[in-house]
Design a protein around this ligand. Sequence first.
Ligand code: SAM
Length: 275
Amino acid sequence: MNQEIDNLGTGITEKVKVRYGAIAESATSSCCGPSVNRGGFSDKIGYSPEELKSIPDSADLGLGCGSPLGHDAVKEGDTVVDLGSGGGIDCFIAANKVGPNGKVIGVDMTPQMLKLARENAAKGGYENVEFREGSIENLPVDDSSVNVIISNCVINLSEDKNKVFAEMHRALKPGGKFVVSDITLLKPLPDSIRNSLSAYIGCVAGAMMRDEFIGAAKGAGFTDVEVIKEADYSQMAAAYLSGGDGCGCGGQLSDEILDVATSVTSITLTGSKTS
Ligand SMILES: C[S@@+](CC[C@H](N)C(=O)[O-])C[C@H]1O[C@@H](n2cnc3c(N)ncnc32)[C@H](O)[C@@H]1O
């Protein structure tokens, strides 16, 4: 891999936006990285076949690392916000749960993702889903207006994770809760991975230590913070790390990559806003 091209450097959020824009545009192309996990991947991370059948095909880009909606947090009539909604997979599943009296708002910073998600909403005829352009560090959502916040494999990509949890707390109604699936670390990454742009895009290099992630939620004021699911993410992490931009298609794995991959864990965390 060309170290200069793969250097994380500065302007990380802009680089993330460019890369996820390309992923949205290549949503129908074939590769073995993040843009090609469509079909046969999401069922492995907790989505039921019925859920996947109920949404437009091109909403499932295989970019998640858990299934935040698999925990019965969302009820009929709720207002739900999805942080980093991508092609809309979780928004459409949530839309089916909240029904016509509820509302789902997907927030994403990448214009191409928003375009794809809006096309998917039109395809599926969803009238209770809206996609808003914005950052998860500055949610385009009113104070105390949301029942449930969900997110799937996005907070690790933020340069200011404490701000994201603070924004989640601001936007939730008292009594509201969050359920987020995300990548966390069991031990610190070596510099070569921590400074790699492709490892950042692949949701590894930007991940927080597991305890710090839980601490960030508590620090924002959430109560009853609890890990409700934990899954081994080592295989996926190894694939991303060995493939550079995610398109390496199965080369030999170095000892370093194998070691790093086993320190990556996917957790689903919940917490409540009491006041
Ligand atoms: C790994 S993908 C996950 C997409 C979706 N949640 C899923 O499971 O398919 C990350 C998404 O988050 C968006 N994103 C990353 N950082 C963001 C930020 N700081 N603010 C808003 N959106 C962001 C990207 O544009 C991309 O669509």
